[in-house]
Design a protein around this ligand. Structure first.
Ligand SMILES: O=P(O)(O)O[C@H]1[C@H](O)[C@@H](OP(=O)(O)O)[C@H](OP(=O)(O)O)[C@@H](OP(=O)(O)O)[C@H]1O
Ligand SMILES: Nc1ncnc2c1ncn2[C@@H]1O[C@H](COP(=O)(O)OP(=O)(O)O)[C@@H](O)[C@H]1O
Ligand SMILES: [Mg+2]
Ligand SMILES: [Mg+2]
Length: 349
């Protein structure tokens, strides 16, 4: 790890340069913490994720700042590898989870980003937005909520009645319960609802001018980008469309809307103070440090926002300047641990 002593990640060679500057500095050196060493970050990611995240610009900057990324072999006990200061991961499966939980217990000195029990909330679309819906952000430079939604795991023929009872209005977005599945569809009429395949979350479609805000969280840092999204649905669409419309992933990289010529009312980013409080609350309530929030602004309003999706360890490689944000975050974690500040290492409480 890079030790304290006022260094802010400039590079591991710095203490020697300072010591050479004169005797007065040498006295300070004598009481300074142990010499800096590399911060070792073990990562357990799919090969797709490793490629998109560990780009040469991140590896290069990390090396300069004294951070070394080391691949974890999932098949071997973690204790036989490393030693690590930090473990970054996005793998699924019960075996991996057990391995990681055991490792956390036997190696409390290692920061695991993030604890598997905390990530669990975001793996299921029924639980993922629960914390957002419980927040009261009615007077924070805007309002944030969750579209009306309903979890269905019944016989598809009973869906229209369940939707009526719950008071949801058409059209509805049908989302697979499992968050890593992206087979979404839009249902305009009650008959289409019977063609859906539970388990599902049905969410009211909110017109938002075809632009979505991807809010990336990396510890305390927040970055927002615009992405193209589904266009508004009008009364004509509702009466002329029948059937289930399946749509592929729309919030992908090629759909960045940051340079597009957009209606300024649609393009205006959510207010910073609103994002700050939202991110702070969710970090605390979920016990997560690496996630993103997909947010839309209700069309025709200035300050009515909805969170429609959250993802653990999203595609940070597409976040502008992510290499700086990430390396600063990793170094900052070490300083926090060094000062023995309370960390988020537990899911309890
Ligand atoms: O759900 P949306 O809003 O589309 O955001 C997605 C999810 O976070 C994906 O994770 P998951 O598939 O686990 O839900 C992630 O894929 P990976 O984590 O596999 O990379 C994507 O990263 P990119 O593929 O880099 O865009 C990111 O854009
Ligand atoms: N309630 C909604 N209202 C309007 N558009 C939505 C809604 N939910 C999802 N979408 C659109 O569908 C896309 C994918 O939905 P999302 O919940 O983000 O799933 P995924 O995990 O596949 O990204 C969003 O980026 C947005 O364009
Ligand atoms: Mg999404
Ligand atoms: Mg998602």
């Amino acid at each position: 790890m890079v030790s304290g002593g006022g260094m802010s990640g400039e590079g591991v060679g710095e203490p020697e340069v300072v010591a050479a500057a004169g005797a007065a500095v040498a006295v300070e050196e004598a009481v300074a913490p142990a010499p800096a060493r590399e911060l070792v970050v073990g990562y357990a990611l799919t090969s797709k994720k490793a490629k998109s995240f560990l780009q040469p610009k991140l590896r290069g900057l990390a090396r300069k700042k004294g951070i070394l990324f080391v691949a974890i072999d999932q098949k071997r006990p973690l204790s036989d590898q490393g030693p690590f200061d930090i473990v970054l991961h996005k793998l699924t499966g019960r075996e991996w989870r057990k391995l990681l939980e055991d490792y956390r217990e036997t190696h409390p000195e290692v920061t695991v980003l993030d604890p598997p029990c905390a990530i669990e909330h975001l793996l299921n679309r029924q639980s993922m937005l629960q914390e957002v819906s419980e927040l009261d952000l009615s007077d924070c430079h805007g309002r944030v909520g969750v579209p009306k939604q309903l979890f269905v795991n019944t016989d598809p023929s009973s869906i229209p009645a369940a939707v009526m009872r719950a008071g949801l209005s058409l059209p509805l977005v049908a989302k697979p319960l499992v968050a890593k599945s992206h087979e979404l569809s839009l249902a305009y009429d009650p008959i289409s609802l019977t063609k859906l395949e539970p388990p599902l979350v049905l969410q009211e479609f909110v017109n938002h001018g075809g632009v979505l805000f991807k809010v990336y969280i990396v510890g305390d840092a927040i970055r927002v980008v615009r992405r193209f999204s589904l266009p508004n649905v009008d009364e004509g669409d509702l009466s002329n469309n029948a059937g289930v419309f399946r749509f592929p992933r729309v919030s992908c990289a090629s759909a960045s809307a940051d340079d597009a010529d957009l209606d300024p009312h649609v393009a205006e980013l959510p207010p910073r103070p609103l994002l700050e409080i939202l991110a702070k609350e969710l970090r605390r309530r979920l016990g997560l440090r690496l996630f993103n929030i997909d947010m839309i602004r209700e069309h025709g309003t200035r300050d009515r926002f909805y969170v429609i999706d959250m993802n653990y360890f999203p595609g940070y490689g597409k976040m502008p300047g992510y290499e700086h944000v990430f390396t600063d975050f990793l170094l900052g974690l070490v300083k926090k641990e060094y000062r023995r500040r309370p960390s988020y290492s537990s899911c309890e409480g």
